[in-house]
Design a protein around this ligand. Structure first.
Ligand SMILES: Cc1ncc(COP(=O)(O)O)c(C=O)c1O
Length: 376
């Protein structure tokens, strides 16, 4: 099933009338006022022609203000921000810019599937460091052991998809110390920065010695529930951002002009918006986790993101790929086998990921269907 598993499983969900808890997209759009801002920009002729290569100034200023407001980070909107076609393009452009053929990129697995593809496109080699249940905490000894003279960068993702782990300030400080000691760059994918239920999101760039060696990536997709708009951003030093921009120029050049105006407005939404986003998802997490446990899964409760990883062995199952392939017919639910996120497939073979960014009644329907599994 490989890298197209999300699309394949979504198609399977449609074909079988299953509840789709596979792909990570919300089934409710983001704020109406932000959608209206995008529509107004189109109708008023703002952004309908190629916007500036680095992104419109309004959005670059809004990203800068966001980093200051939430993390106290100073980011120059003119030289230290680049708007990208979602975080996906930010990741691709960063890895293509920073990796030379033969360079090693260390990433904590299980990992988001674009990482392996982009490291490969850059001619690099991925070096996985495995996060293990129940906590999926980063193993610092394993990280140190993974570093060779070819190591160029650490690819970080916290809050972490698919496990929902949120790396603590202490863990990130230790990872940062390793990066400094070995003179490694860090590419930090922070798309779930506002989806944190326990602990805090700490941008690795805010830690001592990290500002000059970190490329931070985020996007509007998860924070504002507009995954189709594909507006992301990269922040970092002028040198790092220029390197990423040079690649981005030949990937898409620019993207989503009118949406950039709307996202600039979204980033300035009041604190209450961000608080209610995570509070709403926390409730859904609790609902899905409780129901999955009741249905017989081992549940690894996530501290962030909108995914929960489970283990199917208590159900008498062991192969997540087979389990997920059969689940639509057996129970009318679609989930993702976590094995697709691992190089060490055995480490994740019995893990299955469910998304909870869905309406409450959709989650309840899925749980009713899954409860039948335990009884079967
Ligand atoms: C960890 C991670 N990074 C990046 C992305 C992609 O973000 P975007 O839609 O902004 O390209 C996703 C989407 O699922 C993700 O889970």
């Amino acid at each position: 099933m490989g890298t197209t598993i999300f699309a394949e499983m979504s198609a399977l969900a449609l074909a079988t009338g299953s509840v789709n808890l596979g792909q990570g997209f919300p089934d409710t759009d983001g704020p109406a006022e932000i959608a209206e801002a995008a529509a107004a920009a189109i109708l008023e002729g703002r952004g309908n022609q190629y916007p500036p290569g680095p992104g419109i100034p309004e959005l670059r200023h809004a990203v800068s203000a966001h980093q200051k407001r939430f993390y106290g980070l100073e980011v120059d909107p003119d030289t230290e921000v680049l708007v990208t076609a979602g975080a996906t393009e930010g990741i691709a452009a960063a890895l293509l810019a920073l990796l030379e053929p033969g360079d090693e990129a260390i990433a904590f697995e299980p990992y988001y599937d674009s990482y392996a593809a982009c490291v490969a496109m850059a001619g690099g080699t991925r070096v996985p460091v495995t996060l293990r249940p129940p906590g999926f905490r980063p193993d610092l000894d394993a990280l140190r052991a993974a570093i060779t003279p070819r190591a160029r960068l650490i690819l970080l993702n916290s809050p972490h998809n698919p496990t929902g782990a949120v790396f603590s300030r202490e863990e990130l400080t230790e990872i940062a110390a390793v990066a400094c000691e070995h003179d490694l760059l860090v590419v930090s994918d922070e798309v779930y920065e506002h989806l944190v239920f326990e602990g805090e999101h700490v941008p690795v760039a805010s830690l001592p010695g990290m500002r000059e060696r970190t490329v931070t990536i985020s996007s509007a997709a998860k924070t504002f529930s507009f995954t189709g708009w594909k507006i992301g951003w990269v922040t970092g030093t002028p040198e790092l951002v220029a390197a990423v921009r040079t690649v981005k120029q030949f990937l898409t050049y620019v993207t989503g002009g009118p949406f950039q105006y709307a996202v600039a407005q979204a980033l300035a939404l009041p604190d209450a918006y961000f608080a209610s986003l995570s509070a709403g998802l926390r409730g859904k997490r609790d609902l899905l986790c409780a129901g999955l446990a009741e249905a017989g899964f081992e549940v690894y409760r996530p501290a962030g993101t909108y995914f929960v990883t489970t283990d199917i062995r208590p159900l008498g199952e062991s192969d997540g790929m087979e389990f997920c392939a059969a689940l639509p017919a057996r129970a009318g639910v679609v989930a993702i086998p976590s094995a697709v996120f691992y190089d060490d497939v055995a480490a994740g073979s019995s893990q299955v990921r469910f998304a909870f960014c869905k309406k409450e009644q959709v989650l309840r329907e899925a749980l009713t269907r899954l409860a039948a599994l335990a009884r079967a």
